[in-house]
Design a protein around this ligand. Structure first.
Ligand code: BJW
Length: 243
């Protein structure tokens, strides 16, 4: 596929892109959902029923992300390089709540499922940078109320962030890359279909194995993200330099 160097690229990433940085995926055999049940930790109902348990689950993951051993891997770095060196627009939409894309140097980035290092107050809607443990008794720095702070993440049944902007970008993109995601959670799983329906963008899957939406992709590169993503980015940048 020859992409014009001015072409717009939209990239969707999932947990697989951070696997080689030491963070668990969700649906692999050793994934998060093999250890805890979605209904116990990742729905608004779970938070209403057991706020301490849900806070503890996210406190553990937040502390894990602070571990000095957790660093961006070559896939994160290659995507940051693509944003920096591609002559056209590059938008990165991640389902991940970690901050490894930012640490790698990506700037044009949407966290559609939220961010682990942020807390949101359900009383006043203020969003705060948050690196410590969250307790049920934690006080909102904006309105002073306690009991309303929750992880700034998107649980099942909640609307992901910036959906209108993402839809506009998908409709007008020339290349759509889906990286390290099983394609089993909507609306992200439907992005490839949206690109196909717009009739414009070339669609590429880069994943360890074929995802649920495999038949909707024009092109597939299967293997570890730390290998297939840098190789694919190199080929794109080389193509742009030749034109
Ligand atoms: C590697 C690798 C390596 C491994 N290199 N690759 C019935 C039908 C259709 C939809 C629904 C339905 N019933 C309910 C729904 C909607 C629901 C949904 O999709 N449910 C499905 C389970 C069916 N969705 C929602 O509720 C969403 N909201 C919503 O729909 O609002 C209404 C709406 C309508 C219309 C427009 C807009 C909105 C909200 C979903 C929220 C998901 N939240 C979570 C938790 C976030 C916080 C947290 O992290 O705790 O998000 S769940 C979890 O799954 C997390 C992830 O972001 C998300 C996706 O997972 P991901 O990233 O794909 O990970 P895995 O583990 O599944 O896959 C990893 C892949 O990597 C695998 O393929 C591996 O092979 C690969 N891999 N190592 C490369 N080294």
């Amino acid at each position: 596929m020859k992409l014009h160097p001015e072409g717009k690229i939209v990239i969707l990433t999932g947990a697989g892109v951070s696997r080689e940085s030491g963070l668990n995926t969700f649906r692999d055999a050793d994934g998060i959902w093999a250890q805890v049940r979605i209904e116990d930790v990742a729905t608004p109902e779970a938070f209403a029923r057991d706020p301490e348990g849900v806070q503890a689950f996210y406190n553990d993951r937040r502390a894990g992300l602070c571990d000095v051993a957790i660093k961006p891997n070559p896939a994160h770095l290659a995507l940051a390089e693509l944003e920096r060196d591609w002559p056209g627009d590059v938008l990165l939409v991640t389902q991940n709540i970690d901050d490894l894309h930012e640490r790698a140097g990506s700037h044009n980035l949407i966290h559609m499922h939220g961010e682990l290092f942020k807390a949101r107050c359900e009383a006043c809607s203020a969003v705060h940078a948050w690196r410590d443990d969250l307790q049920v008794s934690s006080r909102c720095p904006a309105c002073g109320q306690s009991g309303g702070l929750r992880p700034h993440v998107v649980w099942f049944g909640e609307m992901p962030f910036e959906m209108e902007r993402i839809a506009t970008e998908l409709e007008s993109c020339d290349l759509f890359l889906s990286i390290g995601t099983s394609g089993s959670v909507y609306p992200a799983a439907g992005f490839v279909q949206e690109v196909r329906m717009a009739g414009r963008g070339h669609t590429v899957e880069l994943n360890l194995e074929p995802s649920e939406g495999r038949d909707l992709f024009h092109e597939h590169h299967h293997g570890p993200a730390s290998e297939v993503v840098p190789a694919y980015v190199r080929s794109l940048l080389k193509g742009a330099a030749r034109r």
